[in-house]
Every structure is written in structure tokens, then in C-alpha cells.
Design a protein around this ligand. Structure first.
Ligand code: ASP
Length: 341
């Protein structure tokens, strides 16, 4: 019951700028004052650069939705990264891209198995805003992109991807194992930054704007040397990305198949709803994967990253090595997530 005492209490806290309460379907959420405390978080080291672009939007009072699109576009443009057209190809030698985006009102859009388009995240946003659909794939997604004015880029591998592909072709070993730090799995997705650092195939980003609204984006080239037509978790709402403006948002990276199996980010957000902290919520989703796979989970990586409505952040992964970048009014920093193993 929302009684007079509670009302007075919450309006007092609100007027002090400390908290506000929202009642919905019998659940009362009490938030600290998130207004004017924007934050953006994103997966892996490349998130640091991407967050800068997102922050430019957030810092000016812009929408989280614009911030998460602008942010990951930086990574999609980088030829030194495994996201976007510079990334590793599938086993037939074609780069195929997946992405999705979700706003604070359950609006969402995605593209999968998209070729020759530089910014899949922006096409995903057009799917959300200009079609009655959530997901377009393959040639249909490409035709839609071109009709929307996105240029069709040359079908050409970046120098580093060409080299990686030629190396891979020597054995043509098909092992759908990705991003397991410090193991032989690196040999199957040998994409490194010029400074020698290990890099990854995906960027997932979630943000809260100055109005306290949440949005998220996720974009990837998927698993290096994947089977042609393979689509992972990243463009799938509830798997690679989920946003519920009432409670929080989450994104994922790693072995997409195992994230899809447990509807990973939707699961994380539901744990947030139950009151778990972002780190605990991510850990419980990782635990679910471990329970499903048992010790075979040692050969894969999955990482979750979450932000709740209070502006708290947290992450958890299966194997050591998952990093995530944070930017808010107080800090600009890269963190290492805690791991199951
Ligand atoms: N989750 C992505 C996929 O399975 C890959 C990654 O996160 O690196 O396609």
C-alpha cells in the first residue's frame, strides 16, 4: 500500500534530491537520485574508446539511446578490432555482422548475417524505428540498409583479417571455441591489437542518461571462422542485450550459443528485478551456464555486464580475463570481472 507516510517520506527524499519511488503492478521501486548521474559501461578493452564517444552524448544531457549507438560505432569503424568490417571472416572468407539495440521503452531492433555494411548498429536502429519488426537478416537486411542510404562497402578483408584467414586455412580446423583467455583457443581467433594485446569479437554497451533512462547496444562479427550463416547471441534481444527501464540493463560476450541457451541478458535483468546486485545477477547467469555445461564450461568464455536503475554496475564471467570499461562523472576506467573458474 502506498500510504500517506510512505508518500511523505518519498517526496521528502525526492525534494532532498536523494531518492524517488515508483509504484508499478504492486512492486515499489525506491531509487536513489539517478538524475544527472549518467554512466556508460561496455565490454572489453575497446570499450574505453567507445565510452568516450558515448560520454560526449551523455555529458550534454543526450539520450542513452543515442549514446550507445554513437559509442559502439567507434569500435565498428576500427580496422584494428574484431568488430565491424575489419574483423575475421567466416570460414568461407566473408565478414558477416550481427547487432542489436534497445531503448528504455522496450523498442528494439537487430540485424544478423549482414555483409558489406560498415555500421550494423545504425541499421539495427533503423529496423527498430522504421519497420514493424525486430530482426532482419542476410540479404534482406542488406537491401533494407541500402534502401535506407547506407553505402555498400567493398567485399574485402582487412590486412590483419586476411592474414589470420590464410593462417586458419592451412588447417581449416573448425572449432567453435572463442575468447578463452590464456588457452589454445586463441589460435582459432588470432586477432591481436597492434600493441600485441588480445582483442575480442564483440562490443556490448549499456548506459543511463541524465534523465535516468537506460538503453543498450551490441555489435559483433561473431565467432572467427564460423560456419557460414551462423548467428550468435549478439543480435538477439534477451540473449546478447536486454533493457528493462524499470530495473536495469545487461549485455553479454563470449560463446553466443551458450548465452542463447539460457536467454542470458534477460536472465540477468530478471535477477536484478529480484534485488540482486549487478555483479550477483551476472554471477547467477554464469552459474546457470556452468550448471548446464558442467566442467565442459572450462573450454568456453562467457561474460555478462549489467547496470541497474540505481546506476550500480557489475560483471561476471566464466574464465578470468573479461574486462569492461566504465565512464561516469567520477571515473574512466577498465575493470577485470570476477570469474567462475
Ligand atoms: N558473442 C559473440 C558471438 O557468439 C562473440 C563474442 O562475444 O566475441 O557471436
Amino acid at each position: 500500500m502506498f500510504n500517506r507516510r510512505k508518500f511523505l517520506q518519498s517526496s521528502f527524499l525526492s525534494s532532498m534530491g536523494l531518492a524517488f519511488a515508483k509504484k508499478d503492478m504492486g512492486t515499489e521501486y525506491v531509487y536513489p537520485n539517478v538524475l544527472n548521474n549518467p554512466v556508460v559501461i561496455s565490454t572489453w578493452d575497446a570499450g574505453l574508446e567507445a565510452n568516450k564517444a558515448a560520454w560526449e552524448v551523455l555529458n550534454k544531457g543526450g539520450r542513452a539511446l543515442d549514446a550507445v549507438e554513437k559509442g559502439v560505432m567507434v569500435t565498428e569503424s576500427s580496422l584494428n578490432c574484431c568488430v565491424g568490417l575489419g574483423a575475421n571472416p567466416d570460414r568461407d572468407g566473408y565478414v558477416t555482422l550481427d547487432a542489436c539495440i534497445m531503448d528504455d521503452r522496450f523498442n528494439c531492433g537487430g540485424v544478423a548475417f549482414l555483409e558489406r555494411i560498415k555500421h550494423p548498429i545504425s541499421v539495427a536502429r533503423r529496423v527498430m524505428e522504421k519497420t514493424p519488426h525486430v530482426l532482419l537478416v542476410g540479404i534482406g537486411a542488406q537491401q533494407f540498409a541500402v534502401a535506407e542510404g547506407f553505402p555498400l562497402e567493398e567485399q574485402k578483408l582487412s590486412e590483419s583479417a586476411e592474414k589470420a584467414y590464410q593462417d586458419w586455412l592451412k588447417k581449416s580446423e573448425y572449432k567453435p571455441v572463442i575468447n578463452v583467455e590464456n588457452t589454445k583457443a586463441q589460435a582459432f581467433a588470432p586477432h591481436k591489437l597492434p600493441n600485441g594485446e588480445w582483442n575480442h569479437d564483440t562490443i556490448g554497451m549499456v548506459a543511463m542518461d541524465a534523465s535516468g533512462n537506460l538503453s543498450g547496444s551490441c555489435t559483433t562479427s561473431g565467432m572467427g571462422f564460423k560456419m557460414r550463416g551462423r548467428v550468435g547471441d549478439s543480435p538477439i534481444i534477451g540473449a546478447g542485450l536486454y533493457v528493462d527501464n524499470e530495473v536495469g540493463a545487461a549485455t553479454s560476450t563470449g560463446q553466443g550459443e551458450d548465452v542463447i541457451r539460457i536467454c542470458g541478458t534477460h536472465t540477468v535483468v530478471e535477477f536484478l528485478r529480484q534485488g540482486f546486485s549487478p555483479e550477483q545477477a551476472c554471477k547467477k547467469a554464469v552459474e546457470r551456464i556452468y550448471k548446464a555445461k558442467g566442467e565442459s564450461a572450462r573450454s568456453i568464455q562467457v561474460g555478462f555486464l549489467a547496470l541497474n536503475k540505481k546506476g550500480e554496475i557489475g560483471a561476471f564471467c566464466l574464465q578470468k580475463g573479461f574486462t569492461y570499461a566504465v565512464k561516469n562523472n567520477k571515473e574512466e576506467k577498465l575493470y577485470s570481472a570476477k570469474s567462475w573458474f
